[in-house]
Design a protein around this ligand. Structure first.
Ligand code: MG
Ligand code: ZN
Length: 214
């Protein structure tokens, strides 16, 4: 019984997500679902990335957190539209939350929307948000075994950002172990080594994003 209820919830979510995806792509807006653990640097990567985008590429950000609007406020300082979803304890975003957040954003002229999911490596993978694709932010501080431990999340990503690469020398993180984990779980995903802190790898990320505009 419980399984059926879950299936129905996911089915309804998928239908709504499809509507959102069609609406955004009809406006030539590409949307990225940004996923990863709490503290992996999702917001920091966006703060670094957004000012580096070409001026004609207008972006907006939907921030998801259990509580507070701190991340939306951080993003607003970059000068783009941002809106906060508070899940009030919920551990993932769903398509209905994203639809109501999008009502608060002026979509005219936008080319990009980043949807920062709740920090969690488990259930956000199950909920489509109408995104074009998924980017996982994984950090050196988290350990190199995450793809093998959280396969359902890493399987769905088009891009994995290995963030906090500036800390590599201070940890036992083995980049080769992380990459071979990704090869087992999702060989098609791209992997970029970045540091939101010092900006290394960020030009490559800009290129990756710009190459995928509609
Ligand atoms: Mg955040
Ligand atoms: Zn959840």
């Amino acid at each position: 019984m419980k399984v059926n209820v879950m299936t129905d919830i996911l089915k309804a979510n998928d239908l709504l997500a499809r509507d959102i995806r069609e609406m955004l792509s009809s406006r030539r807006i590409v949307s990225w679902n940004i996923m990863g653990s709490p503290g992996s640097g999702k917001t920091s990567v966006l703060e670094r990335l957004i000012p580096m985008l070409p001026a004609e590429v207008k972006a907006a950000v939907v921030e998801g957190d259990l509580a507070t609007s701190r991340d939306a406020e951080r993003i607003a300082k970059t000068g783009v539209q941002s809106t906060q979803i508070n899940t009030k304890g919920g551990c993932h975003l769903d398509a209905a939350m994203v639809r109501s957040a999008l009502e608060k954003i002026d979509l005219d002229g936008l080319r990009l929307i980043f949807i920062e999911n709740v920090g969690n490596l488990v259930c956000p993978a199950e909920f489509a948000l109408g995104e074009t694709g998924r980017i996982i932010v994984s950090s050196i501080a988290e350990g190199d075994d995450k793809p093998d431990k959280y396969p359902s999340m890493f399987r769905t990503a088009q891009l994995v950002l290995l963030n906090k690469i500036d800390l590599l020398a201070q940890t036992d993180f083995k980049i080769e172990s992380f990459i071979s984990g990704m090869k087992r779980i999702n060989p098609k995903a791209d992997i970029l080594q970045v540091s939101a802190r010092n900006g290394s790898g960020m030009p490559e990320l800009v290129k990756w994003i710009v190459n995928r505009l509609l």
